[in-house]
Design a protein around this ligand. Structure first.
Ligand code: KIV
Ligand code: ZN
Length: 511
């Protein structure tokens, strides 16, 4: 146990608290499956009491995941804990993560409670949670600004009540590595029976130090790190899973710890989360950024060619950058497609979905001579989304744009199976296409984000478009990919509209 570092992923909970990153149930399940393949120990699937949609999504994750522990967050309130307990009920391994704020500023102004009341509530919360599962985690929110003496008292009480994991969060991203490491060390020294529990760290990135602070806590005794894929999360985000895992692996000489992470699944997981949330990964992001292993300077290139380790401390393939590999082409048949899917770790259970995905592949292969692994991931994603949401479907799109003339787009789509056609002018072909779709659907949704990224390199690459729409406080992300970016944009817009109309009315967590 001493040499094991538990990776607690909160992409589906704290990560989802990034503005606009809200996910549907189907998307949460898809990410949870990928997190399990990545090998995370605990998946915090959401905050069951936040909304019926969040409850359903956690419950669906709990029914699907068999190896990782499935966790729900809950305030230290009986009703929250009951919802969390019921949501995770079907999971093979289940955890309730209950929390209450312990800093003076939070207790006085937010909770309006005295420290003794907070302590009593924490104990009750752990006891309520224990009636649903033995695996209870207790967090002292805003531990970073909490009195250390009070933290010792409340953690002591939580351990006596039966908590198995004690989490110390830097909720506001205020600490720096030395101070944070020292705080972890002091707590472990002063809290009675500290050796009977797992100490956990949860850091936010407001000062850009979430990863450094988490690693400092690990060097001082923490054996669980709470983190997210791509560092997604509230405000400036949480500690990034890929950076923590690769730091511990690359500097084994310092940490001497093992994680269960299959590091080759890091890049595929990063891509999936980025596509679903519409949060692109910055090119210079450590480990998962497009330039993380690219050498531009002649001196560096020369050095790497002569001896890779002159400028590279990790192997690109070790984190899943086997990508950019040409997988298949026009002449590849069903068997070749099936075996490439399985090499990529993509499991398509139903024959019908496989056939539909193979048909998509054939259409793409007619347009593009070389199909890369990334193209296959995008095809599969699109098929899943279309199967889950099919109120609106794109049938055809024609655009005309010419220098000095107003662009016009004509759209043909189905609405509940009925064919509809429309055309509109716009400032560009994409704008015209969106207006044509809108004239049919009349959603009156507000467009919050329109972003285009190329999936691979070259002008025949597929463009991957994210459209974020908001209506009545609900925010959804739609994705579309195609070698023609106007068509990809129309697909993304229609995908977002489908989600807006889906039955899963999900409020933003912690509303
Ligand atoms: O940042 C924080 O304090 C949290 C807690 C709920 C653990 O996310
Ligand atoms: Zn947090």
């Amino acid at each position: 146990m001493k040499n094991k570092l538990i990776i607690f992923d909160t992409t589906l909970r704290d990560g989802e608290q990034s503005p606009g990153a809200s996910m549907t149930q189907e998307e949460k399940v898809r990410i949870a499956k990928q997190l399990e393949k990545l090998g995370v120990n605990v998946i915090e699937a959401g905050f069951a009491a936040a909304s019926p949609g969040d409850y359903e999504a956690i419950n669906a994750v709990a029914k699907t995941i068999t190896k990782s522990t499935v966790c729900s967050l809950a305030r230290a309130l009986e009703a929250d804990i009951e919802k969390a307990g019921k949501a995770i009920e079907p999971a093979a391994n289940k955890r309730i993560h209950t929390f209450i704020a312990t800093s003076q500023i939070h207790m006085e102004n937010k909770l309006r409670m005295k420290p003794e009341q907070v302590l009593n509530q924490a104990v009750k919360a752990v006891e309520w949670a224990l009636s649903y599962t033995e695996d209870v985690e207790f967090s002292a929110e805003d531990a970073v600004r909490s009195d250390i003496g009070f933290l010792v008292e409340i953690f002591d009480a939580a351990i006596k009540a039966g908590a198995k994991t004690i989490n110390v969060p830097d909720t506001v991203g205020y600490s720096i590595p030395d101070v944070w490491g020292h705080r972890m060390k002091t707590l472990i020294e002063k809290v009675p029976n500290s050796d009977k529990v797992i100490w956990s760290t949860h850091c936010h990135n407001d000062l850009g130090m979430a990863v450094a602070n988490s690693l400092s806590a690990v060097l001082n005794g923490a054996r669980q790190v709470e983190c997210t894929i791509n560092g997604l999360g509230e405000r400036a985000g949480n500690a990034s899973l890929e950076e923590i895992v690769m730091a511990v692996k690359t500097r084994k000489d310092i940490f001497n710890l093992e994680t269960q992470i299959n590091t080759q699944q890091i890049v595929p997981t990063s891509r999936l989360v980025s596509t679903i949330t519409g949060y692109p990964v910055q090119p210079n992001k450590a480990v998962v950024g497009a330039n993380a292993f690219a050498h531009e300077s002649g001196i560096h290139q020369d050095g790497v060619l002569k001896h890779r380790e002159t400028y590279e401390i990790m192997l690109a393939q070790d984190v899943g950058w086997g990508a950019n590999k040409i997988s298949l082409g026009k002449l590849s048949g069903r068997n070749a497609f099936k075996s490439r899917l399985s090499e990529l770790g993509i499991e398509i259970e139903s024959e019908e979905t496989f056939n539909a995905t193979f048909d998509r592949f054939k259409v793409l292969a007619d347009k593009k001579s070389q199909i890369f692994d990334e193209d296959i991931h995008a095809l599969v994603s699109e098929e899943y989304v279309e199967e889950s949401y099919d109120l609106y479907k794109l049938i055809g799109l024609k655009t005309a744009s010419e220098t000095g003339k107003t662009p016009i787009s004509e759209i043909e789509m189905t609405m509940d199976g009925k064919s509809q056609k429309s055309s509109a002018e716009g400032s560009g072909s994409v704008d015209a296409a969106f207006k044509a779709i809108e004239s049919i659907v009349q959603s009156k949704a507000e467009l919050l984000l329109f972003s285009v990224n190329n999936i691979t390199s070259g002008t025949d690459s597929q463009g991957e478009v994210t459209v974020r729409l908001s209506r009545g406080g609900r925010i959804v992300n739609g994705q579309g990919s195609d070698t023609d970016i106007v068509i990809a944009s129309a697909k993304a817009y229609i995908s977002a509209l489908n989600k807006l109309h889906s039955k899963y009315e999900r409020a933003h967590p912690q509303v």
